[in-house]
Design a binder for this molecule. Structure first.
Ligand code: FRU
Length: 495
């Protein structure tokens, strides 16, 4: 169709990406089974949805430069959530109301069409953080490839009255409930307390403000970004990314946090009655998660696998930012459990298995090594007080990424101080270290994702080691038994 998507702005971006992608994807830190930009910068996942038999995932994208800039929406799709295919840029900042960026948002199917809802951002002359105008807008597609912005944009032109900051007002996530559509929006009060707004619409075009659905109290951030509200087995889960929560003990050491509360949403009043805030990931690089319901009725979550203002050494090679692997979210009482998408098993090859290996001091095992691998193990920890696993070890370069468990303190510690280039640091999380401990680890060229005890704790980090850094070793102060350990190479999954 000779439509607006063919406009110069989007076409130029696609042409630029086409020229860069070969260079970028052959770089040693380019991930093999995670979604990354083919050129330039990526942040938040957007528009994660199922449409016409396929999963669509969009992302905040600045194709021309590996730093944040005027936001486009990059786009990939998949039949199985494992193998992804890049598509043309879906949105470009090419209208008056979004001329400085198509910020984060979501997608939903309506009447056989794929509808995106996003925030149009415009910079103004005002000073500092308030130099913006944000509105909510839509774009529509029939084929899930080319998206048109209808003439009635923006669909929400200004923030509602009340104790609601008039300018910071973004990241619409939309869902259907009974006969209506609902939207949560990230917001803050006039005095900078993070909150979430709830809207209702019969048609995705006319939006009525319902209420401030939830608002932070105490150390809960100055702005809540990227809210997501979904039902999980009869409870309402609100996922959000509060900016500026202060560190408390071992928690909240990243610049911004992402987590959830569980409660009950009263659709009539728009109020969410909720319990304690929990983090979704205890590593370094995890932000702005977004979920969708898959074909099988599971709740699937993907997040940006980086952090704002973090050093990203791939920028020197023209690209930055990645998505986590898809993760399945389940609920037991008032906690969420986060496990890797089981279908990622389809990427496994070359299995190596060991059983009943006793570790004293430090041990490596034959053929258990690699930089694009999955490790699955059950550890008998009954005779150990301190133990752990070193990943991406390059002895000659003095590099290792260390996952350490301490039974006395009940802590799991992820240490990337010697991981290679890029930022260092340590993240700690409490964990019930049972005598039989399940550990599952996904390593890609510059990422590590660790799932503990069936998804009770997850730790995610980017690391930038040498190409030789492929070693894996196990260590303990006393004695540790690897009851079972399996290692697979993982196949490339993105084209
Ligand atoms: C979150 C965020 C969103 C915004 C987008 C801009 O990481 O700040 O609130 O829409 O990034 O790229």
């Amino acid at each position: 169709m000779p439509a607006k998507h063919q406009n110069d702005i989007r076409r130029q971006a696609d042409e630029f990406i086409a020229k860069q992608k070969g260079k970028v994807s052959s770089h040693p830190w380019y991930l093999q089974y995670h979604v990354m930009p083919q050129a330039g910068w990526m942040n938040d996942p957007n528009g994660f949805s199922y449409f016409n038999g396929e999963y669509h995932l969009f992302y905040q994208h600045h194709p021309y430069d590996p730093t944040w800039g005027p936001m486009y929406w990059g786009h990939v799709k998949s039949k199985d959530l494992v193998h992804w295919e890049h598509l043309p840029v879906a949105l470009a900042p090419d209208e008056e109301y979004d001329r400085d960026g198509c910020f984060s948002g979501s997608a939903i199917e309506k009447d056989g069409k794929h509808v995106l809802l996003y925030t149009g951002n415009v910079w103004t002359e005002r000073d500092e953080d308030d130099n913006l105008i944000q509105v909510q807008a839509t774009a529509v597609s029939e084929d899930g490839i080319y998206y048109e912005k209808p003439g009635d944009n923006p669909v929400i032109a200004s923030a509602p009255e009340g104790d609601i900051h008039p300018l910071h007002f973004r990241d619409p996530k939309v869902w259907q409930h009974e006969d209506d559509y609902y939207m949560v929006l990230g917001s803050k009060t006039k005095a900078n307390t993070g909150q979430v707004l709830l809207y209702r619409s019969p048609d995705l075009l006319e939006w009525e403000f319902v209420a401030v659905m939830a608002k932070g109290e105490g150390n809960f951030g100055f702005m809540w970004e990227c809210p997501d509200l979904f039902d999980l087995d009869g409870k309402d889960v609100l996922v959000m990314s509060p900016q500026g929560v202060e560190p408390e003990g071992d928690a909240y050491h990243n610049l911004h946090q992402s987590g959830y509360v569980i409660g009950n949403l009263d659709y009539a009043t728009g109020k969410l009655d909720y319990g304690a805030f929990h983090m979704l990931d205890h590593g370094f690089d995890f932000y702005a998660p977004q979920t969708t319901m898959d074909e099988k009725g599971r709740r699937i979550l993907i997040a940006w696998m980086d952090m704002w203002e973090s050093e990203m050494p791939t920028q020197n090679a023209g690209y930055a930012g990645a998505m986590t692997i898809p993760r399945v979210v389940t609920r037991k009482a008032d906690k969420l459990y986060i496990t890797p998408l089981p279908e990622l098993k389809n990427l496994r090859e070359n299995m190596v298995a060991h059983q009943q290996v006793k570790v004293e001091g430090e041990t490596s095992l034959p053929e258990v090594a690699g930089d694009c691998i999955e490790l699955e193990m059950t550890l008998d920890t009954s005779q150990a007080s301190e133990f752990g696993i070193k990943l991406r070890v390059d002895k000659a370069a003095g590099q290792e990424t260390v996952l350490q468990f301490n039974k006395d303190t009940g802590l799991v510690i992820l240490d990337r101080n010697n991981s290679g280039e890029g930022p260092g640091g340590v993240r700690k999380a409490s964990l019930e270290i049972t005598d039989l401990l399940d550990v599952q680890i996904f390593i890609d060229k510059s990422s590590v994702e660790i799932f503990l005890n069936g998804g009770e704790r997850v730790m995610t980090t980017r690391i930038y080691p040498t190409e030789q850094a492929k070693g894996v070793s196990f260590f303990t102060d006393k004695s540790l038994t690897l009851v079972s350990l399996k290692k697979w190479d993982l196949k490339q999954a993105i084209k």
